[in-house]
Design a protein around this ligand. Structure first.
Ligand code: SAH
Length: 210
């Protein structure tokens, strides 16, 4: 398999063609080997235009959705980012190229362990994988310049809004089943929140206490 050719085609036909234009995001999507983050039996599908199962009933998102959500975070390279829902680690690997530090939380212990080893093995050294409930965020490292939630909840957990820095961006799917909407919340001066809608999406549910 010529993975670098598949990666080029993915960026051109699935991502740039749908309007993602942040040069740094496109570069990261060209660099991170997505085939490392899908189950062995599915590597031939790694660059297909849809999500894939990763075990434990969870999925790695469609490449375009990863690119779109990442672009909405507006990362320049100096940020501390929190991800909720580590899953395969693919989104975290993309973030690691675009920010200074990435903290990622996963509620399924087996996935957290496996992904921690994988990210380390491939040199994504600015990513910390934590096994825990992301609906509470991760107060120890707060505040965050950007927060990305890769599982859907009815409402954005309060702790995540609290842990967002002033000027910070939070991107999350909100809603049930097929009725989810991708939201971006920007925290302005005086804790004022601006909310934008960025289209319909389908994610696995966020399961947690909050
Ligand atoms: N970003 C991932 C997509 C993972 S799918 C990737 O690039 O592959 C969503 C993940 O969120 C699943 O692994 C699921 O177990 C996890 N999850 C669901 N609820 C959670 C919670 N409350 N805290 C942390 N992780 C959670």
């Amino acid at each position: 398999m010529n993975y670098s050719k598949l990666r080029e085609d993915m960026v051109k036909h699935q991502i740039e063609s749908r309007g993602v234009s942040d040069k740094r995001v496109l570069k990261a999507m060209r660099e991170v080997p997505r085939e490392l983050f899908v189950p062995e039996g599915l590597v031939v599908e790694a660059y297909n235009d849809h999500p894939l199962p990763i075990g434990h009933g969870q999925t790695i998102s469609q490449p375009y959705i990863v690119a779109e959500m990442t672009e909405l975070l507006e990362l320049k390279g100096s940020e501390k980012v929190l991800e909720i829902g580590t899953g395969s680690g693919y989104q975290a690997a993309i973030l690691s190229k675009l920010a200074k530090k990435v903290i990622t939380l996963e509620r399924i212990e087996g996935l957290a362990k496996k992904t921690r080893v994988l990210l380390k093995k491939h040199g994504y050294n600015n990513v910390t994988v934590i096994h825990g409930d992301g609906t509470k965020g991760y107060g120890k490292e707060a505040p965050y310049d950007a927060i990305i939630v890769t599982a859907a909840a009815d409402k954005i957990p309060k702790a995540l809004i609290e842990q967002l820095a002033e000027g910070g961006r939070l991107v999350a799917p909100v809603g049930k089943g097929y009725g989810q909407e991708l939201l971006r919340i920007i925290k302005r001066e005086g804790d004022k929140l601006d909310t934008e809608e960025h289209g319909g999406v389908i994610f696995v549910p966020l399961i947690g206490d909050e």
